[in-house]
Design a protein around this ligand. Structure first.
Ligand SMILES: *Cc1c(COP(=O)(O)O)cnc(C)c1O
Length: 458
């Protein structure tokens, strides 16, 4: 499929139109595009990304958003509602993550997403400590690239710890040996994006306490799902504030919090760590300026919609959704385990990843793509993952998965000498890309944004 399918169907705006376009025309065009694009995931063929997938729920969130979409949460005197929503989002998240067990003063920050929460955690550890040299943090190799991005932005060295090739969990001995006087925090994922496996948080917590460093748990993906999995009796090791040594947890409301895109919570075991990373400029001629995080103006709509999702679903709703998701994941994993040529990586959770020691697993992906499946590709070794979301819990999806996977394995066995067409790229950019050349990656990214470059006919 072309990445620019609309360039021949709709007018291309290279300049702002001289006269305005009627609202109805704009809305009709957008609703047509949205309905067409929704087909890619509505049937449950798409890993991750559409966590709720329920249009009634999205309509409800959009209504909540609309009440405050134009409000700037920096102007708190004008929107006490935003203060209420934000404080309650943080309180509910802290409670869900067992911050009540802490003998401390927990707090939180609502950010723009998982990368935002991770960035603020890295910034907070940098600001709260004064190591003699350049601060560093130790992350499992499997931890999200947002940690490296934050390190890059804030001048914190990110040491990458190897993981066990079988369990895909972090190598604890490596972490222990690499803590030094400039280490400000350790990192573990619950779970990681690649394999859905959870690092040994209790052991990392003990190590963090012993060395007087922080421990960030990346619950961006699992933060709103694993707590409910544990309540349901799923075998999940402790990962939250009940574990001694855990100092921050990121949990994305815009993933399994079933809220709108653009929000996440960074939870702190102690407010003093959060308070260390505020920015303020008190002698600016424009007035005294302060902002809790990296963003300046933020929409009150996102706080309202996030709050609405949490309060509407309640614990009962999150539990019900979690039950369906964990059961579906187990059933889909059973489909994979039925094939001796496929191997599941480590002990997965709601997200599972598999590889093959017999053929390139991307051949499996090549076939699954023809059936509309959109799995995420990984490398070293090549593997495919499925993050089970609510769309997969619809009737019939597991059966289709099992049948299509069997055909895909047969296809891979028959074509094992050929080169697979699909490759490993986070977020689905550039199918078939194999070159990692800098220039090429920069061109792909520019192409996403640059209208001139994006219209082949120009
Ligand atoms: C999605 C994700 C992130 C980053 O979150 P964004 O919302 O995409 O910025 C970080 N960690 C994990 C485990 C994730 O799945």
């Amino acid at each position: 499929m072309s990445r620019f399918p609309y360039s021949d169907e709709y007018e291309v705006h290279r300049t702002m139109p001289a006269a305005g376009t009627p609202k109805e025309d704009i809305l009709a065009m957008m609703s047509e595009m949205a309905s067409r694009e929704n087909v890619a995931w509505e049937g449950g063929h798409c890993s991750g990304t559409m966590y709720c997938g329920d249009h009634d729920h999205y309509d409800f969130l959009n209504q909540a958003f609309a009440n405050f979409s134009y409000v700037n949460t920096l102007q708190r005197d004008m929107c006490p509602s935003a203060t209420k929503f934000e404080a309650e989002i943080i309180a509910m998240t802290l409670d869900m993550l067992n911050a009540g067990a802490l003998n401390a003063n927990p707090g939180g920050l609502v950010t723009s997403g998982g990368s935002g929460s991770i960035a603020h955690a890295v910034l907070a550890y940098r600001e709260a400590t004064t190591p003699p040299g350049r601060p560093n943090m130790i992350k499992p190799e499997t931890a999200h690239p947002a940690f490296s991005k934050a390190g890059h932005l804030f001048g914190v060295e990110m040491k990458s710890a190897p993981v066990d090739p079988v369990t895909t969990q972090v190598d604890l001995d490596w972490v222990r040996k690499n803590i030094d006087g400039n280490t400000v925090a350790l990192i573990g994922s619950a779970p990681n994006y690649g394999y859905g496996t959870i690092d040994q948080i209790p052991e990392l917590g003990a190590m963090a306490l012993e060395h007087h460093v922080g421990l960030h748990v990346d619950g961006c993906l699992g933060g709103f799902l694993l707590p409910f999995g544990r309540q349901l009796g799923v075998d999940i090791a402790p990962f939250d504030f009940s574990v001694p040594g855990v100092t921050t947890i990121s949990a994305d409301t815009h993933k399994y919090g079933y809220a709108l895109k653009g929000a996440s919570v960074l939870a702190f075991a102690d407010q003093s760590l959060r308070n260390s990373q505020y920015f303020y400029l008190t002698d600016w001629s424009g007035g005294k300026y302060c902002s809790p995080g990296m963003d300046g103006s933020r929409s009150g709509g996102l706080l309202a919609a996030t709050w609405a999702a949490m309060v509407h679903l309640g614990q009962e709703g999150y539990l019900r959704y979690a039950k369906a998701i964990f059961e579906t994941s187990v059933a889909m994993q059973r489909g994979v385990r039925g094939h001796p040529s496929l191997r599941i990586m480590g002990k997965p959770s709601f997200l599972f990843s598999f590889t093959s020691d017999e053929f390139d697993v991307y051949l499996v992906n090549d076939f699954l793509r023809t059936k509309g499946w959109r799995l995420n590709g990984q490398q070293y070794p090549n593997a495919l993952h499925m993050a089970v979301t609510r769309p997969q819990t619809q009737p019939g999806v597991v059966e289709r998965w099992t049948a299509d996977l069997a055909d895909a394995v047969a296809y891979a066995q028959a074509h094992r000498d050929e080169t697979a067409k699909s490759g490993a790229i986070y977020g689905g950019v550039a199918g078939g890309m194999s070159a990692e050349a800098d220039e090429f990656i920069r061109a792909v990214m520019a192409n996403m944004m640059d209208q001139q470059a994006s219209i082949p006919s120009l």
